[in-house]
Design a protein around this ligand. Structure first.
Ligand code: HEM
Length: 456
């Protein structure tokens, strides 16, 4: 490669030495969203590191699907390797393929039905614990809920209680510092400043507590146990005969905790907030839940019948998606006529992609209606990819959809959550565009209100 190639434009606002780092730190979401104005592929600099950013659905598809074989996970993932090791989100090549096959059974339909029972029971308990007039920090409540569900479905209850507590305490500290650490120069990791100390201590404690569970589970034996740790310890790949080592099991567990909590918690928190702001949509959601499920616990089989809630979740995840993902080219690549040399880092933002006005009309508005079957057909598959695409697509997609639907349906049929005046939650860039703070007041649900006509 190549004779004639199209030069890649550089994003405006580049500073000597710092590149675009200041812009990224000041307003990461605004900066990432602005890049599409410079082209489908844009060059930015984080300190000394040049990064190509794919800003169109076509380019993201090239990197994640069509030319995925020429890409591995990039720098963002290298920087979290000390924490998640070679877990599924971080590994490459044959290791990734084999480990993905080993993990897949954990996310099959029959397992999801069991997880759904746990989620439903926990959601009922959460709704039961609230009182009229109480003000809750929704983002904290949801984060605790998601961590608790994963911990309960991952660790056998008799062996994992200390791990559940440890994860509840330490994971929020780690998640809070994650993206900042991933986008910062490496030397900053070693400065003895409080965020670094808190991050390192929390990461070390979490690894230890999970290692303890693994040792205890091995000693107790994995026969007839269905928790994630037991299943991973017992798994053997039929093609290669490969089993996971204890360290690999720990890396997978940490990866799932890391990938599966803030993402779902953020989605559910935004959904509650948007529904609190749009009572007419909320009314539709509640009516549907009452018609389809009534007051019994919500089961996996109910979920496909909750179409209104599904549209709300699609819209929330479009508006508040994954902020930044990265790949590294393992060979010279041609991206839409641009020459990208081997070793280059390529980034893309699903958050920015899903707010592209050429794909979504009025992209910053919450309009669940746009997901009505007759309207969504206009959208190409590659234009809405909240869970990624290709061989690295999210393994937890159905898990998170199930959990989000169950917790929302369970809570909303009983309570109305109202945003407190005086505070407008802002999207902060972490793994997701998660809300900074969502205080809401709990009010008993009035089910007698008139049925609103039409669909949302
Ligand atoms: C709303 C919730 C979620 C969103 C938006 C989300 C999004 C994503 C995205 C975009 C990727 C692809 C990353 C890339 O291409 O580099 C991914 C990968 C992954 N996700 Fe999720 N995720 C969610 C929930 C979950 C849950 C609940 C779990 C686990 C229980 C999970 C586990 C994973 C894992 C292990 C990977 C790596 C897969 C691989 O590389 O083979 N995620 N997720």
């Amino acid at each position: 490669m190549p004779g004639e190639t199209i030069p890649v434009p550089r994003a405006p606002g580049h500073l000597p030495l710092l590149g675009h780092a200041v812009k990224l730190w000041r307003d990461p979401l605004g900066f990432l969203t602005s890049l599409r104005n410079s082209g489908e592929l844009v060059r930015v600099g984080f300190g000394s590191l040049p990064v190509y950013v794919a800003t169109s659905a076509r380019m993201v598809q090239e990197v994640t699907v069509r030319q995925a074989r020429y890409f591995e996970k990039g720098r963002l993932f290298d920087r979290v390797r000390p924490l998640v090791g070679n877990g599924l989100a971080n590994s490459n090549g044959d290791i990734h393929r084999t480990h993905r096959r080993l993990m897949q059974p954990l996310f099959r339909q029959e397992r999801l039905a069991t997880y759904a029972d746990t989620m439903s029971r926990r959601a009922e308990a959460l709704a039961e614990s609230w009182a009229p007039g109480q003000v809750i920090a929704v983002e904290e409540a949801m984060s605790a809920f998601m961590i608790g569900t994963l911990a309960e479905t991952m660790f056998a209850t008799d062996l994992g209680q200390a791990a559940v507590e440890g994860v509840r305490r330490d994971l929020p500290v780690i998640l809070k510092n994650m993206l900042l650490r991933a986008a910062s120069p490496r030397f900053l990791d070693h400065l003895p400043i409080p965020p670094n100390r808190a991050f390192d201590a929390a990461a070390a404690r979490m690894r230890t507590v999970i290692d303890d569970v693994i040792v205890a589970t091995r000693q107790a034996g994995t026969d007839d146990r269905h928790d994630l740790v037991s299943v991973l310890l017992a798994a053997r790949d039929t093609d290669t005969g490969v089993c996971l080592t204890d360290t690999e099991v720990r890396d997978q567990v940490v990866t799932i905790l890391f990938a599966g909590t803030e993402t779902t918690a953020s989605t559910v928190s935004w959904a509650l907030l948007e529904l609190g702001r749009h009572p007419e949509v909320e009314h539709e959601v509640v009516q549907e839940v009452l018609e389809v499920v009534g007051d019994r616990p919500i089961a996996l089989s109910d979920i496909p019948r909750l179409g209104v809630l599904r549209r709300v979740l699609d819209e929330v995840i479009r508006l508040y998606g994954v902020t930044l993902l990265m790949r590294r080219a393992t060979a010279d690549v041609d991206l839409g006529g641009h020459y990208i040399p081997a070793g280059s880092e390529v980034a893309f933002s699903l958050y920015a992609l899903h707010r592209d006005p050429s794909l979504f009309e009025d992209p910053d508005r919450f309009v669940p209606d746009r997901w009505l079957p007759e309207r969504r057909t206009r959208l190409q598959r590659e234009e809405f990819v909240p869970f990624g695409a290709g061989n690295r697509k999210c393994i937890g997609e159905t898990f998170s959809w199930t959990e989000a639907t169950i917790v929302l349906a369970t809570v909303l049929r009983r309570w109305a959550l109202r945003p407190l005046p005086g505070h407008t939650p802002r999207a902060a860039a972490s793994a997701m565009a998660h809300p900074d703070h969502v205080p809401m007041r709990i009010e008993p649900r009035d089910r007698t209100g008139p049925r609103l006509s039409g669909t949302i």
